[in-house]
Design a binder for this molecule. Structure first.
Ligand SMILES: CCCCCCCC/C=C\CCCCCCCC(=O)N[C@@H](CO)[C@H](O)/C=C/CCCCCCCCCCCCC
Ligand SMILES: [Ca+2]
Ligand SMILES: [Zn+2]
Length: 253
C-alpha cells in the first residue's frame, strides 16, 4: 500500500494533465498559480494595516489564512497526494469556521459551527470530493450574510465593492465547476487550465471580500473610528484595490 504522502494518492484529480511540464510537479499550472495566494497575504496586510493594528491577532487571523491555504494548495497540486488533499481542504474549512465564530453569534451558534466543522472534517477523510462542493456552498452563505449587512448600509462604495466581489466569485466558481464537469471538452481543445484560473480569480474575489468583511466588523467592534472603504493607489485609477481606512471622527470641542 502506498504511503499517504506518495504522489498521486489523492482521490481527486484535476483536468490538467499530470507530469506534462515537469517530472517533479504533478500539475504544473495548478501549482504555480498558487502564487496568487502568497501575494494576497502581504497585499491585504499592507492595505489594511490600520485594522490589523486595532484588532486582536485572533480577529485578523483570516488574512494569514490565505498564506496557509497557498502553502497546502501548492503541496497538494505538486504531489496530488492524499495528505496534500486533506491539508488543502482542512485549512480552508478551519479558516471558514474561525471566520464564522468571529461573526459575533451566540454560544449556541458557535457550538453549531463547531459540530458542523467536526462533521466536515470527518467527511474530508471519507468523501473529499463532496466536501469540496460543501466548502464552495459556504461561500453562498457568506454571500447571504453580506447581503443582510448591505441592506442596512446605504454607502454606494460598499455596494460597488460587493458587486465586484460577486463578479469575481462568479467567474472563479465557473472555472472551478467547468474544470470538474467539462474536462473532456477542455482536453479536446487542449485547454486544461481552468483550475489554475480559479486560484487566481478566487484570490481576486478575496481582495474584495476581506475589506468588505472588516468594514462591517469595524462598524460594530471599533466604534471609536469611522470606517471608510478607499482604493489604492487612488480612486481615479482604472485598476485599484479596495482597503479599509479608519478615520477619527471630527470632534467639535
Ligand atoms: C477577513 C474576512 C474573511 C472573509 C472570509 C475569508 C475566508 C477565507 C478562507 C480561506 C481562504 C480561501 C482560499 C481558497 C484556497 C483554495 C485552494 C483550492 O483551490 N482548493 C481546491 C483544490 O485545489 C478545492 O477544491 C477548493 C475548495 C473550495 C474552497 C472554497 C473557498 C471559499 C472561500 C471564500 C471566498 C469568498 C469569496 C466571496 C464570497 C461571495
Ligand atoms: Ca490532473
Ligand atoms: Zn487548487
Amino acid at each position: 500500500m502506498p504511503s499517504v504522502f506518495a504522489y498521486l494518492t489523492s482521490e481527486v484529480d484535476w483536468c490538467e494533465g499530470n507530469f506534462e511540464h515537469s517530472e517533479v510537479i504533478a500539475e504544473y499550472y495548478n501549482t504555480i498559480s498558487n502564487v496568487s495566494f502568497f501575494l494576497l497575504f502581504p497585499i491585504l496586510l499592507y492595505l489594511n494595516h490600520q485594522y490589523v493594528q486595532h484588532r486582536p491577532l485572533r480577529k485578523a487571523i483570516k488574512q494569514p489564512a490565505s498564506l496557509t491555504a497557498g502553502i497546502f494548495s501548492t503541496y497538494y497540486h505538486l504531489t496530488l497526494s492524499y495528505v496534500g488533499q486533506l491539508l488543502d481542504e482542512l485549512s480552508i474549512l478551519w479558516t471558514l469556521a474561525l471566520t464564522y465564530t468571529d461573526l459575533g453569534g451566540t454560544a449556541q451558534f458557535v457550538c453549531l459551527v463547531g459540530i458542523a466543522t467536526i462533521v466536515c472534517t470527518l467527511m474530508s477523510f471519507i468523501k473529499p470530493d463532496f466536501n469540496a462542493y460543501l466548502l464552495n456552498s459556504i461561500s453562498l452563505h457568506l454571500l447571504y450574510l453580506i447581503c443582510q449587512e448591505l441592506k442596512k448600509c446605504s454607502n454606494p462604495r460598499v455596494h460597488r465593492i460587493a458587486a465586484f466581489m460577486v463578479m469575481w466569485w462568479v467567474l472563479a466558481i465557473s472555472c472551478w465547476l467547468g474544470d470538474k464537469w467539462f474536462c473532456g471538452f477542455w482536453q479536446r481543445i487542449n485547454f486544461c487550465y481552468l483550475h489554475s484560473f480559479w486560484h487566481v480569480l478566487i484570490s481576486i474575489a478575496l481582495l474584495y471580500c476581506c475589506p468588505l468583511f472588516i468594514y462591517f466588523d469595524s462598524r460594530y467592534e471599533i466604534p471609536s473610528f469611522e470606517p471608510e472603504l478607499e482604493y489604492w493607489p487612488s480612486d481615479s485609477w482604472p485598476i485599484a484595490l479596495p482597503y479599509l481606512a479608519l478615520r477619527t471622527p471630527y470632534k467639535r470641542c
